[in-house]
Design a protein around this ligand. Structure first.
Ligand code: SF4
Ligand code: SF4
Length: 298
């Protein structure tokens, strides 16, 4: 393996190279969210303003930089992006630069907002796609994790998006055994069809033992970390941190997963972050063993 390494606590830690910056994430919602899910790996909530929302001006600055660096596509996340008061202007702006995936909990969509989103999409040459996060196709199971009324509001939100021609991807954190994925996917597809979604798609994500999930279940143990051996038969540049970065209202981080970890803050702008990153965090172990990527297409 020809990637740089770093010695940490007597372990040789592999470092992921920056292969080619293709994707820019923007944490438009900061760590603020109207929900307080019990498994949120960055512990977002109505009172968590650790990382502020991004302003229109901040987003524009990062977009201009990303254009010079050849970024091909964009993702926005939070917290919840639709509680950012400038969200519609930000969506229009990003779509001038490239395709956009919007990660949302789906609870903020009204008929009027869905109509505005349709107009924004119709006036852009780039595709606008939504990913709505839920936990279950059953109200009680969903709300046990995401809070009271979260299911009802997200289900209504999906219906509004579908009514104006969007097909949101449903994103779920796996809370079942991996071998049951096919059965669970079928049930989630049925749920999306019942809400009028014409092209139902699902993305199942592993749980990262960080934030609230670490508080409420467990954190990583001493055996869960990556070593050079982990990459003997695995191309390290398949990790999303070889091709993407995460811009926030407080600097640029290596990835969306480690956004509340100060060691993952790589610089004040994107250019400063185009260097190898040592995979010293246990969350990197989850990425390696699950082949996880935050992008919609995988
Ligand atoms: S998991 Fe998503 S919806 Fe839930 S608190 Fe975190 S950011 Fe908000
Ligand atoms: S958590 Fe995953 S995406 Fe983030 S630096 Fe580690 S391996 Fe890369």
């Amino acid at each position: 393996m020809d990637t740089p390494v770093k010695n940490l606590d007597n372990r040789i830690i592999p470092a992921v190279p920056m292969k080619n910056l293709e994707t820019l994430w923007l944490q438009v919602g900061g760590t603020l969210c109207n929900l307080e899910c019990s498994h949120c790996f960055i512990s977002c909530g109505p009172k968590n303003d650790t990382i502020p929302m991004m302003s229109f001006a901040q987003v524009k600055e990062r977009l201009e930089e990303s254009k010079q660096l050849g970024v091909k596509d964009y993702y926005i996340t939070g917290g919840e992006v639709f509680i950012n008061p400038e969200i519609f202007e930000i969506l229009e702006l990003i779509l001038r630069y490239g395709p956009l995936d919007v990660l949302t909990n789906g609870t903020q969509f009204t008929e009027e907002k869905a109509g505005r989103l349709r107009k924004i999409q119709d006036s852009s040459e780039h595709p606008l796609q939504f990913r709505v996060s839920m936990e279950s196709f059953e109200e009680a199971a969903n709300d046990a994790i995401r809070g009271k009324s979260a299911y009802r509001k997200a289900a209504v939100g999906i219906e509004h998006l579908a009514a104006v021609g969007f097909s949101p991807i449903l994103t779920i954190t796996r809370t079942w055994e991996e071998e049951n994925d096919a059965e669970m996917e079928l049930k989630f597809v049925e749920f999306l069809c019942s809400k009028g979604v014409s092209k139902p798609r699902i993305k199942i994500l592993p749980g990262f033992l960080l934030g609230k999930l670490a508080d409420n279940e467990r954190s990583y143990n001493d055996e869960e970390y990556v070593t050079e051996k982990c990459f003997e038969n695995f191309d390290i540049t398949q990790l999303q941190c070889a091709t993407s970065r995460m811009a926030t209202g407080d600097g640029v981080y290596v990835c969306p997963i480690l956004v509340d970890n100060p060691k993952a803050r790589m610089g004040n702008n994107i250019e400063e972050t185009l260097q190898p990153f040592p995979l010293s965090h246990s969350a990197c172990y989850t990425c390696r063993v699950t082949g996880m990527t935050c992008k919609s297409s995988s």
